[in-house]
Design a protein around this ligand. Sequence first.
Ligand SMILES: *Cc1c(COP(=O)(O)O)cnc(C)c1O
Length: 398
Amino acid sequence: MSDDIRTKIGLRPVINVSGTMTSLGASIVVPQAVRAMEAILPQFVEINDLQRKASSVIARLTGGEAGFVTASCSAGISLAVAGAITGDNLLAIEKLPDVTSEKNEVLVQMGHVVSYGAPVDQAIRLAGGKVVLVGQATSTHRFHMENAITDKTAAAVYVVSHHVVDYGLLHLTEFIEIAHAKGVPVIVDAASEYDLKLFLAQGADIALYSGHKFLGGPTSGIVAGKKELVRSAFLQNMGIGRGMKVGKESIYGVMAALEAWETRDHAGIRERETGYLNLWKDELSDRPGVTALIEPDPTNNPLDRLRVVISAAEAHITAWDLAAALSRGDQPVIVRDHEVEHHHFYLDPCNLHPGQETIVAARLAEELDKARASNEIIATPFENRSKHRFDGMLRWPD
Ligand SMILES: *Cc1c(COP(=O)(O)O)cnc(C)c1O
């Protein structure tokens, strides 16, 4: 523990069983990307040429015509939308977020306007886009979208995520069909998806990914797709993209992460993760008030998670109090708790260092044993949690 960099600088050595979270440092960067970044950092390069090299790697892995690296997938949304609005008009690019043309409306299904840590619609508005919501929270039909398209429509954005409403909305292929029938380009936010080819293969004009999620690259975003639209997005680096820039290390780091992705032992990783899930499931079996279920990823990524359902009456603790207890102590275990008001959380195996799985199992057992032994049921009102959610942030940096 003592040579853990985090302990040395006074940070808590958290164990991440919540998935790929920006607030925890995203993912474990693969060694190939670390080495690439170290190698290029002391050198000067011609950045646009480096981005040309990135374009060919991105094109190869995504099946797109071109691509580039930006600061984040969120930046990718803004740049792609900006590109759809300005095209290659350099003056229009400088003027953003003021728009010089009325053709700045961007369609999004209402059920897709979620927060990935910031609101999807804000990334569009930042680029001068005027968000046009299509349908209702849990229903979009063809007629909604067909009637939303006008001669002011610049683009349509489609979000692929476990955050979005997962029923009643237009599926990507139909969304694309309706948009393309009226000449509207489709931008897909696929930040957290493993399949680098699927969305472009289904006809999307632009697909956006995070470099720092499953790819294990540095903090970055990947813009891929049709050459002309990718170029228009790239040109925004002379405008609103400046504040979203990446350095040589991120561009080259992403290239290395993409190449490592091609040769990664995906089956071996899946097998290791399944081992973790079974270990935790065994640890939790036969405990009063605890049900553990292995569940597939909601957007079909090749990844399972363990859903831990807690009945407070029997376990003597609520799901959220258990999550909070696990996050305290010398080795804080951070679980995936965005649905915890439904009395469950998930354990996500994809960002563990080998050996941490046994610490997670032991901490679960320790906190559950402690709760069972207590005479009272540990049950903080759920409202307290939401009421105090941003307290720490609002006190920052204190
Ligand atoms: C994570 C995420 C984002 C944001 O990605 P960054 O690269 O962190 O900006 C956007 N959309 C979805 C669906 C996400 O999951």
